[in-house]
Design a protein. Sequence first.
Length: 136
Amino acid sequence: MKISRRKLHQENEAIKKENPIRNWLAENADPVITKTVKKNLAIANRIAEVLEKKQLKPINLATRLGKNKSEISKWLSGQHNFTTKTICKIEVALECDLISVDPIYLTAKIYHNKPISNDGFIESKYYTEQEMVVNG
């Protein structure tokens, strides 16, 4: 079955119209904006996923946050630039984490304490990483 060029063009135009975000990103090709939009879409999808899991509707979230349903609809469309504060408010309202950040592992300097000297100061020795491995 052969498809005419005109029909193919019409179908391509219809596809372009269906996804304005993807079209805009393709036309403006800024990697920062592209990444931002993708993150916002991921957050919106996560909100929708949590709402579905908790058997809630957008209006329920709007009520919990004191927002209009139209604002929640905008959020769920992925066309909203979420601030950290907004994300935290949504997380509190839904009692879940929408995003997670890998923890930072802190390293500590280990000191070996010795008895207080005559001058009243505690003497200590700083161990190097190699000494810690050897000395346990």
